[in-house]
Design a protein around this ligand. Structure first.
Ligand code: URA
Length: 433
């Protein structure tokens, strides 16, 4: 089909065949479809949508466009988890050891942070000696021997998505459920997972701000899973405030260790147990949902998951003694306390604002190649619903250069907190399963 006919077809609300979509993506990757024609087509998709079959074909075409990780040498059902991104989201570091401790292999590739959200790989690299670059052979061998490995994304996964996403970003076509869902799932499928659990965030710190949109995105991705033969489940969780208390790499690893010792924040612990139970269920290690929940709770309570984290750290060259002594993680030189200027209740915390403040302190990067400071970040002392008195600490900044009252991050953190006279209604952490 000529490019112009292909675009016209979608403009007129008609359905493409899987073969046409496959050819369209292949030609785009070869440079045979110019960006102006691809953007006309994405705009047609934006307005007219795609059928489930079209979305599955687009996902597979993008997954096929680059390297495809072969995990077939790993025994068992390989499960993967994906979060649509949030602030203070350190769930992968907690879930991977829990799930591995229950006997489901976790061979996970993760990314670095960009903008206001952090990345699992940056967090792991705050542990001295931890290698996030392993060969494919080492990766597979480690999962077969200890059941878990977490590495950085290597190779060229779904390059068609990379190219398309950059184009959507500048042509106002990011906010399209078929395009977002195929983008996310193409990378998961290329990474070799047999089964996928999605943590779709909703709220002011999330990509999807409303529950309605988050449900639509989750449903679209679960449908792609069933159309492409990857069992997929989704949880919709709140990102109207950061998850847990810590934001920043080493600070988050310390919170991960606390959580695996059973002393973690309630919201973080609950979300991790819920996601881990879904993974154990899809990994076919549990008879039903309540058995899965029981197995993951046991792995947390009996120390098996904490032990698995130590094995993971040591297998990848890291200093396992951080488990007993989290002070061995990079420590910031100074702290600065942000205090409340009024009495009342914390009624909202702008997650995105706090993520940006942590980035400005050096915990995250604005551009892909920027260096980060693993020690710095923010620890919240008050969360939504907490009572606060004038002068009480809302949050602590951990910094390596002294900050003054005028520092822009002080203002950002202050602005992120809303204090009201009445106790606010608490949003549930798990909004839908
Ligand atoms: N994240 C992705 O990976 N793709 C999108 O299209 C949007 C968010």
């Amino acid at each position: 089909m000529r490019a112009v006919d292909f675009i016209q077809h979608k403009r007129d609300g008609k359905e493409h065949s899987a073969q046409e979509i496959g050819e369209w993506i292949e030609q785009y990757c070869k440079g045979e479809i110019p960006d102006y024609q691809m953007s006309a087509w994405t705009m047609a998709v934006y307005f007219n949508g795609m059928t489930a079959k079209e979305v599955a074909a687009l996902t597979l075409a993008m997954a096929r466009s680059g390297d495809q990780v072969d995990l077939s040498a790993i025994q068992g059902i390989k499960v993967d988890k994906h979060s649509t991104g949030g602030v203070g989201d350190k769930t992968s570091l907690i879930i991977a050891p829990i799930v591995a401790a229950v006997g489901v292999p976790v061979a996970k590739m993760s990314g670095r942070g960009l903008g206001h959200t952090g990345g699992t790989i940056d967090k792991l690299e705050s542990i001295q000696g931890f290698h996030t670059e392993l060969s494919q052979k080492q990766f597979v061998e480690q999962v077969n021997s200890i059941g878990v490995s977490l590495i950085g994304q290597s190779g060229d996964l779904a390059p068609a998505d990379k190219q398309l996403y950059a184009l959507r970003d500048v042509t106002a076509t990011v906010e399209s459920i078929p395009l977002i869902s195929s983008s996310i799932m193409s990378k998961k499928i290329a990474a070799g997972a047999d089964a996928i659990v999605l943590d779709v965030k909703t709220g002011n710190g999330a990509f999807m701000k409303t529950l309605d949109d988050s449900i639509k995105l989750a449903q679209a991705m679960v449908t792609i899973g069933s159309e492409t033969g990857r069992e997929t489940a989704a949880i919709i969780s709140d990102m109207d405030q950061p998850l847990g208390y810590a934001i920043g790499n080493a600070l988050e690893v310390a919170e991960v260790i606390d959580t695996l010792k059973g002393n973690g924040p309630a919201d973080l612990t609950e979300l991790c147990l819920s996601l881990a139970a879904q993974l154990v269920l899809l990994g076919k290690k549990a008879t039903d949902a309540s058995n899965a929940r029981q197995l993951v709770e046991e792995a947390l309570q009996n120390g098996a998951a904490l032990n698995k984290l130590r094995q993971l750290i040591e297998a990848q060259g890291g200093d396992g003694s951080v488990i007993e002594d989290p002070k061995r993680l990079p420590q910031a030189l100074y702290t600065y306390e942000i205090t409340s200027t009024e009495h009342g209740y914390v009624s909202a915390i702008g997650a995105e604002k706090l993520g940006l403040a942590a980035m400005k302190l050096g915990a995250g990067r604005q551009t892909k190649d920027e260096k980060i400071d693993h020690a710095v970040g923010i620890v919240l002392r008050k969360k939504v619903g907490d009572q606060v008195s004038k002068g009480e600490v809302l949050a602590t900044l951990y910094v390596n250069t002294k900050v003054t009252d005028e520092h822009e991050t002080v203002k950002m953190v202050n602005d992120a907190y809303t204090i009201s006279e009445v106790q606010p209604h608490q949003r549930p952490l798990l909004q839908a399963i």
